[in-house]
Design a protein around this ligand. Structure first.
Ligand SMILES: Cc1cc2nc3c(=O)[nH]c(=O)nc-3n(C[C@H](O)[C@H](O)[C@H](O)COP(=O)(O)OP(=O)(O)OC[C@H]3O[C@@H](n4cnc5c(N)ncnc54)[C@H](O)[C@@H]3O)c2cc1C
Length: 338
């Protein structure tokens, strides 16, 4: 039924390679726009080899402005609407940034480099996040931000692709030249055969479980080396993340584990009794400027370099790709034409 609608609308078939967050949003956006979409993923539906499997899933364009260019904020703010439209249950409870006294200067610098926040005193902080009562003297609150749980949201997006008439082939390794018609290459770090400038930036995480702490939103803790955070997950679980290391080794070092666990303990001492469920690391696909890119070479389109913003940016990048394919619209900030 949907197939015939697609033919009636006359949209060209599209093949997408890679079912991580970039490819999932591309496939979904094109399928909903009436294209016959086939998505190829070389791993199985558990997607454990994808960087997306390891992500925090924060949708945080205002906080991320501290470390990224304005284009990330522009596309990120747009993407929030696209997430809301597609998955209305996405939690948009905002994010909090807190600091201990010794990191006060970093906290003030973070506040001055970002917008979209209000300052909460200790009492207001305790009102919105009771577990943090008495823990910090104040906090920065970014009310417009959201977060998703990557390991839940990827299967949800895959199901929506199928519901929109798309086809997904798992255990299907493909190269862009194997396929006819319009091909959208979302292979992440595995696309270095065509995009050799890509590098992996390691992010280590720990997942813990405790019913002693309840949080409704990501808590970022100022830290001299990298922004550490605690993100609530389903089932009394919390993700502690994430380092940012110029390395493609996938192990978790003792030092990183100590820092991640120390950050959780600093947010709330009850984390000391939490059960450790998982250590892991993902490699963020990044270009030298750490900016996302839609590289167009006739009907071969590569969407990559999502770095630390894949969940934030993927919907907006898919919208841009669709506008290019359907109407030839070029976004000069992210598109590169061969
Ligand atoms: C620890 C950590 C925390 C993060 N936190 C956040 C966050 O809070 N918010 C945020 O927005 N971003 C976050 N990120 C960044 C985000 O995870 C990445 O930007 C994003 O996952 C990149 O997605 P991708 O689809 O480009 O790549 P991937 O997720 O790696 O997907 C690529 C897919 O392509 C498949 N593939 C490869 N080659 C082939 C082939 N030849 N044929 C078929 N399939 C193939 C792979 O199997 C893989 O499934 C985080 C990253 C890490 C590591």
């Amino acid at each position: 039924m949907l197939q015939s609608t697609q033919h009636a609308r006359g949209e060209s078939p599209v093949a997408v390679i890679g079912a991580g967050i970039a490819g999932a949003w591309q496939a979904l956006t094109f399928a909903k726009a009436g294209h016959a979409v086939t998505l190829h993923e070389r791993s199985d539906s558990a997607m454990t080899a994808a960087t997306s499997h390891w992500a925090g899933g924060m949708l945080a364009p205002w906080c991320e402005a501290e470390v990224s260019e304005p284009v990330v904020s522009r596309l990120g703010v747009r993407a929030l609407d696209l997430w809301r439209g597609e998955l209305p249950d996405t939690p948009f409870n905002g994010s909090l940034v807190v600091a201990h006294a010794r990191d006060r200067a970093d906290y003030e610098r973070f506040a001055s480099m970002t917008s979209g926040h209000t300052r909460l005193d200790a009492q207001k902080l305790a009102e919105i996040e009771p577990s943090l009562e008495g823990r910090f003297r104040d906090a920065l609150f970014y009310p417009g931000e959201g977060h998703v749980e990557p390991r839940l949201v990827l299967p949800q997006l895959h199901a929506r692709i199928k519901a929109a008439g798309g086809t997904i082939h798992y255990n299907s390794e493909r190269q862009p030249d194997d396929l006819d018609g319009t091909v959208i290459d979302c292979r992440g770090l595995f696309a270095r055969d065509r995009q050799p400038q890509l590098r992996g930036v390691k992010g280590e995480i720990i997942i813990v479980e405790t019913d002693e702490v309840q949080l409704s939103r990501p808590i970022r803790l100022m830290h001299p080396r990298w922004p550490l955070y605690v993100i609530p997950r389903d089932g009394n679980r919390f993700m502690l993340g994430a380092t940012s290391i110029e390395s493609e080794d996938r192990g978790v070092s003792v030092r990183s584990a100590l820092e991640l666990l120390g950050a959780a303990y600093a947010v709330h001492p009850a984390f000391a009794e939490a059960r450790i469920l998982e250590f892991g690391a993902g490699l963020r696909p990044a270009f030298p400027d750490n900016l996302p890119r839609i590289a167009i070479d006739q009907n071969r389109i590569a969407v990559n370099g999502l770095y630390r913003h894949g969940f934030l940016l993927a919907p907006a990048l898919a919208e841009l790709t669709l506008a290019y394919v359907q109407r030839g619209v070029i976004d000069n900030e992210v598109m590169q034409c061969a």
